[in-house]
Each structure stands twice: as structure tokens, then as C-alpha cells.
Design a binder for this molecule. Structure first.
Ligand code: ADP
Length: 207
């Protein structure tokens, strides 16, 4: 599906999936094929790490004590502040989202000119602005039970915490509805996942 606002080449792929779906694993496999991967979550963390560009506007809006002694955003305090306060959440997003967008464009532009761009965006469906920024959307899908198992194991989180994150994300159906291709990463091992990624790559890139 061609998007109107971006040049035809290089190909731009939006990659998304729920937490624990295997999205990062797929991103690494695409990078191994030569894609230039832009991880928007990592950019958001960079902005709020020590000396991150978002800290000054956040401190100005929410108070200097939002920045911890290590010079990074005090994430626990920020989460507590925005948890039950939609206006605070909107204010935080109004600071972060334009900065993330700008940094995303800068990182995309910094890659080798001909490399396929892969935008790894956990909330691609939720944020709604991505469809016109990419030529194709690749969704990594799996059952909620599998997500819960993987994230409990990977992050050491209690089940309730994993389920709360999943509940706040788009549904499997909402993601699949915008997908140009879906990889069902469930009940398969990493080798089979690799084969699925290879198949998408040869369909979209190497023919
Ligand atoms: P996400 O980025 O979607 O949160 P990850 O790619 O980090 O998910 O995958 C979550 C965890 O599950 C990781 O520890 C990863 O190694 C593992 N995993 C993902 N897919 C598979 C698979 N097909 N077989 C075995 N382990 C997998």
C-alpha cells in the first residue's frame, strides 16, 4: 500500500506488536537483513535519561523533583503523577511526542541512503499517525497467554502487571486490521520465526 506523504524509496516499514509478541526479536532479524531500525521506545528513553532533552521541559511543567538524583526522569514518580490524571498525561505527551517524532526523523535520515527503514513502534496503532509515514505495516501477533508467559519470564514481572500493560494496549484485532502482513509468533521456535521474517523480507524487499 503506497503512502502519499513519503518518497517511494527507500521502503519504510512500520513494525508493531503487543508487549512480549516478539517484536524486538523480529526487529533484530530485519536488521540482520540490512534494515536500518529505528526503535522509538529507545528514543523515548534517551530523551528522559540523564541530560536528556525532555528533562528541562518536564521539570518546568511538573516540578524539579520529577528528575531524580541520577539526573534522569524519576519514572515511578512520573507514572504515579499521570496515572489517574488525564490532563497531566496529555501534558507529558505534548512534551514528549513532538520530540520523539523529530528524533525519529533524524535517526531515519542518518541511515545508509538505500537501506530499508524499519520503524519499531510499540504503540503504532494507538498513536494513529503512522499509517501515512510508512509504506507497509508488519504486525507481530501472538495469544495473550503467550505474551503473559514471555514477559513474566523476560522481565520478572508479576502476572497482574503484565496483564495491566496488555489491557492498556491495542487489541490483537485492532493491530491486525491495519497490517499489510502478520507474523503469528506463537507455538513456533526462533528458527521458524526467522523463516517467517525471511519470507516477508523476500516478498517486500528482494523482488
Ligand atoms: P517484544 O519486543 O514484543 O516485547 P521480544 O522480542 O523481546 O518481545 O520477545 C519476548 C521474549 O520472548 C524474549 O525473551 C524473546 O527471546 C522470546 N521469544 C520471542 N519469540 C520467541 C520464539 N518464537 N521462540 C522462543 N522465544 C521467543
Amino acid at each position: 500500500m503506497a503512502a502519499a506523504l513519503i518518497p517511494d524509496r527507500p521502503l519504510r516499514i512500520g513494525l508493531t506488536g503487543g508487549i512480549g509478541s516478539g517484536k524486538s526479536t523480529v526487529a533484530a532479524m530485519l536488521a540482520a537483513h540490512g534494515a536500518w531500525v529505528i526503535d522509538t521506545d529507545a528514543l523515548a528513553r534517551e530523551l528522559t535519561a540523564p541530560r536528556g532533552a525532555a528533562l528541562a521541559p518536564i521539570a518546568e511543567r511538573f516540578g524539579a523533583d520529577m528528575v531524580g538524583p541520577d539526573g534522569a526522569l524519576d519514572r515511578a514518580r512520573m507514572r504515579a503523577r499521570v496515572f489517574a490524571d488525564p490532563a497531566a498525561k496529555a501534558a507529558l505527551e505534548a512534551i514528549l511526542h513532538p520530540m520523539i517524532r523529530q528524533l525519529t526523523q533524524a535517526r531515519a535520515a542518518a541511515g545508509p541512503p538505500d537501506a530499508v527503514r524499519v520503524f519499531d513502534v510499540p504503540l503504532l496503532v494507538e498513536s494513529g499517525r503512522w499509517r501515512e509515514q510508512v509504506h507497509r505495516i508488519l504486525v507481530v501477533d501472538c495469544r495473550v497467554e503467550t505474551q503473559v508467559e514471555r514477559v513474566m519470564r523476560r522481565n520478572g514481572w508479576p502476572e497482574s502487571q503484565v496483564r495491566a500493560v496488555i489491557a492498556a494496549q491495542a487489541s490483537r484485532e485492532a493491530r491486525r486490521a491495519v497490517a499489510d502482513a502478520v507474523i503469528l509468533n506463537d507455538g513456533i521456535g526462533l528458527e521458524a520465526l526467522q523463516a517467517e521474517v525471511d519470507a516477508v523480507w523476500s516478498r517486500w524487499v528482494s523482488d
